[in-house]
Write a protein that binds this ligand. Structure first.
Ligand SMILES: *Cc1c(COP(=O)(O)O)cnc(C)c1O
Length: 385
């Protein structure tokens, strides 16, 4: 039976909306491999589909669930988070103007800069809400928001940014990869489109690269995005779509467990003598804490950053001394990851070079705290006698 609207999102996710595929009444959906679909004798399409690049039934379960969890009108899966974001940019017209944050996912920022330059698209960056308001005194077409934003977890007030964007004639798109629909629902705050790297928390097991967009309304902008997907062909394979759907079943317990652990870790290390600061929106000292309290429900996410005393070399040493945290890029999986972020972003980075980006997984919190303690100890300068 398909579930109704009175059920909690965690229930809908755990049961994949309660869908019951016919005729076998499978508890999990089958994998649809077909790339093409047969026409009837009169040329009509009784199955409702033509070809898998536009619309494979393999996408349906994850798209239906994500659409519901985000409270949107339609969802579209993509072959990666970057493919999803690229489709948004490809929906712009020449001469358009983008307003984007200084601090955001690095690869996307780099691609935006190159794309805007090549396609005669204006691009201005904001550091805070005052700069955003000033930039939106002039007409714009797209306002990009990432909150909490990589790698310092700056918070943007989505409702306020939406008002400013709409007044300037722009669509507002939120990269909500970090908070997930468990903690933030951008469409309910007025955003037009929400984007996720589904590679991260939505799939949650470091074994699928995927992306998704969910729209609040099926307007002309969304139609152009859908065309960019169908024509660009950056679509997900059936097996990846199936794995993503499986990962989504445990989204709520995974993300809640990791975020609870992240808060405890942030609190534990907040005044650690080996650290300059702990960046986590759940700490009252974080500049975005008040907005995060209003905008995020039930938790502050599971990403945090540590700024290590002793600069770049000390940060590299701490990462090198970790035994339980795995040294790898990416985020949002069941295993905890640590990354010395600045050198990854390379020239032009705004990331402090003493910053370690931490993705908290679902391991035992005490084990994670012990590991970071010993890593900070191992990298600490020997006491002078
Ligand atoms: C990983 C990530 C992306 C890019 O997604 P891919 O699936 O790697 O293409 C975009 N935004 C954020 C916040 C991310 O963490």
């Amino acid at each position: 039976m398909q579930h109704d609207d009175t059920l909690a999102p965690a229930t809908l996710a755990a049961q994949g909306l309660g869908a019951t595929p016919m005729p076998h009444r499978d508890i999990v959906p089958p994998i649809h491999l077909a790339t093409t679909f047969e026409r009837a004798e009169d040329g009509s399409l009784p199955g409702g589909r033509i070809y898998a690049r536009d619309a494979s039934p393999a996408y349906d379960p994850a798209e239906a669930l994500l659409c519901k969890l985000e409270g949107g009108a339609e969802a579209a899966l993509f072959a990666s988070g970057m493919a999803a974001a690229s489709a948004v940019l490809l929906a712009l017209k020449p001469g358009a103007r983008i307003v984007a944050p200084h601090d955001m996912y690095w690869s996307l920022r780099n691609w935006m800069i190159g794309f805007a330059a090549n396609w005669q698209i204006g691009l201005d960056f904001y550091a805070d809400s005052a700069e955003l308001a000033a930039l939106l005194q002039h007409p714009a077409d797209l306002v990009w928001v990432e909150t909490p934003a990589n790698p310092t977890w700056e918070i943007t007030d989505i409702a306020r940014a939406t008002d400013l964007a709409h007044a300037a004639g722009a669509h507002l798109v939120v990269d909500s990869t970090v908070p997930t629909p468990v903690f933030t629902r951008p469409l309910a705050l007025g955003a037009d489109v929400v984007m996720h790297s589904a590679t991260k928390y939505l799939n949650g097991h470091s074994d699928v690269v995927a992306g998704v967009l969910v729209t609040r309304t099926e307007d002309d902008f969304w139609a152009r995005i859908k065309t960019a997907r169908a024509a660009g062909g950056a679509v997900l394979g059936p097996f990846e779509a199936w794995l993503l759907n499986r990962g989504l079943r445990t989204l709520f317990p995974r993300v809640r467990t990791a975020a609870t652990s992240a808060l405890r870790i942030a609190q534990h290390f907040e005044h650690h003598p080996g650290l300059v600061t702990v960046l986590y929106p759940g700490l009252p000292a974080h500049p975005g804490h008040d907005i995060a309290c209003r905008q995020m429900e039930g938790g502050f996410g599971a990403m945090l950053s540590l700024r290590v005393k002793g600069g770049e070399a000390a940060a590299r040493q701490v990462a090198g001394a970790a035994r339980i945290f795995r040294r790898a890029t990416s985020l949002g999986s069941v295993e905890s990851l640590i990354e010395h972020r600045g050198p990854i972003e390379g020239p032009g980075t705004r990331c402090p070079l003493d910053l370690l980006r931490i993705s908290v997984g679902i391991e035992d919190t005490a084990d994670l705290i012990t590991d970071l303690e010993q890593a900070l100890q191992a990298a600490a300068p020997a006491p002078t006698l």
